[in-house]
Design a protein around this ligand. Structure first.
Ligand code: FE2
Ligand code: FE2
Length: 426
């Protein structure tokens, strides 16, 4: 019979477990639950910050294709943040936490203040997102495949989007480089962001860390844009919204109808400004606003698609940029109220008449576009009704919701509907 005293020396002769030996064991993983929580939190933080920053940059970006991609990326980030949030709330409380790594916080806070749209875009899409992808790729296989499958599932889907995003954005950046739109400041900024990333050991924080770089001379403190930018292909920037041809003139009215869709970037830009400016609202508000914003980018692109299908050049469309300028002079909650309870609530009778007109004339493309638009706009009004009560509380508005909305809509009726947009120059 073996005794305890005889078995003990056998155990003590075992070599000490080294890190290398641990890593070699097939049942043990590089990412344990604590590392997992910290990493998922880093990913959520990076995409959440990028989402809000893109909202700030979207109106300021002039290059049309880049502006559209910013809207799409922003919405995709909102999907990822939401998935990561749903996972994080299972393993940490509260689910939304500022990362413990000051270097990562410095990187994301620094990214915003780029000198120009290409500097911002190259910092995000050429430096930060590739590092996020690298970390996700490692994470996907270094965590426990069964125990942590919910994280693996999220990571796989995020990777799919992020890789596709870089494939779409990179040609836009290369085109801008070839056209000489990358200045010395643009490149200096990208180097700076690369330095900040190296200082925090990548998005994962698991790489070798280097000393943090000093802030470059090209840094420009970001200010929320009060004017919307357009690139040089747009030639008609501030035309007045004249009367449309009468609806019974089907052919001419339809052309104008879709030309107006092509200018819905203005609505995306207003929601972007609101999303950027209003902080501290629940995550669901940001999530809904990201979708609202991206829907308006898609409505704009719907106009482009229609016009191109009818041999028209959408870049020749008037841009009505004074509408954004006019709206942006009001407090963000008022802008949101004018858009949802003014423009969006009132559009339905007209849109339904258009569906009928397109059906009658057998124009399937136009009919389908308007019906998808109605589906989206129904959601936008729902967002407005859901969030306005919260928003007015959030900013300490004393008037009741009804009184506040009535007052705001009176301004909208007086200035927007009549086309007499009063812009107070500061
Ligand atoms: Fe729209
Ligand atoms: Fe809308």
């Amino acid at each position: 019979m073996k005794t305890a005293s005889r078995s003990r020396p056998t155990k003590s002769r075992r070599p000490a477990r080294t890190t290398a030996r641990r890593a070699a064991r097939p049942t043990e993983r590089d990412i344990d639950i604590d590392a997992n929580r910290r990493l998922l939190n880093n990913y959520r933080y990076v995409e959440h910050e990028a989402m809000v920053q893109l909202a700030g940059w979207l109106p300021r970006a002039a290059t049309f294709e880049l502006k559209c991609e910013m809207g799409r990326s922003l919405w995709e980030y909102s999907q990822h943040v939401n998935s990561l949030y749903l996972r994080l709330r299972e393993i940490q409380s509260p689910a939304f936490q500022k990362p413990s790594d000051e270097g990562l916080v410095r990187l994301m806070a620094g990214l915003l203040h780029a000198s120009d749209e290409f500097a911002y875009a190259s910092g995000l899409y050429r430096v930060v997102i590739p590092s996020l992808i690298a970390s996700l790729e490692t994470h996907e296989t270094a965590t426990f495949p069964n125990s942590d499958q919910p994280s693996v599932h999220v990571i796989g889907h995020v990777l799919l989007d992020l890789r596709a995003q870089l494939r779409r954005v990179e040609p836009i950046l290369r085109r801008a480089e070839r056209a000489g739109q990358f200045t010395a400041r643009t490149r200096a900024w990208e180097r700076y962001i690369r330095g900040l990333l190296a200082a925090c050991g990548g998005v994962s924080g698991r790489e070798r860390r280097h000393a943090a770089p000093a802030g470059p001379a090209c840094r420009v403190v970001f200010v929320a844009p009060r004017e919307a930018a357009r690139d040089g292909r747009f030639t008609n920037l501030f035309a007045d919204q004249g009367a449309m041809p009468p609806e019974d003139n089907y052919a001419e009215h339809t052309v104008e109808e879709f030309e107006r869709y092509s200018t819905e970037m203005l609505a995306a830009e207003t929601v972007a400004l609101v999303l950027f400016a209003v902080r501290g609202m629940p995550w669901e508000f940001q999530y809904d606003s990201a979708r609202h914003l991206y829907d308006e980018v898609r409505h704009c692109l719907m106009g482009y698609e229609w016009m191109r299908a009818h041999a028209m050049d959408p870049f020749k469309s008037p841009q009505y940029l004074h509408i954004y300028k006019w709206r942006s002079q009001f407090p963000p909650v008022m802008q949101y109220c004018m858009l949802t309870m003014g423009n969006e609530v009132h559009a339905f009778p007209y849109r339904h008449r258009r569906v009928e007109a397109h059906q009658k004339s057998g124009d399937q493309l136009s009919e389908q576009f308007v019906r998808y638009d109605i589906a989206d706009e129904t959601q936008h009004v729902r967002f407005g009704k859901r969030w306005l009560p919260e928003l007015i509380k959030h900013v300490g508005e004393k008037r009741s919701l009804e009184k506040y909305t009535a007052d705001v809509i009176a301004v909208w009726e007086r200035e927007y509907r009549t086309g007499r947009l009063t812009i107070n120059v500061e």
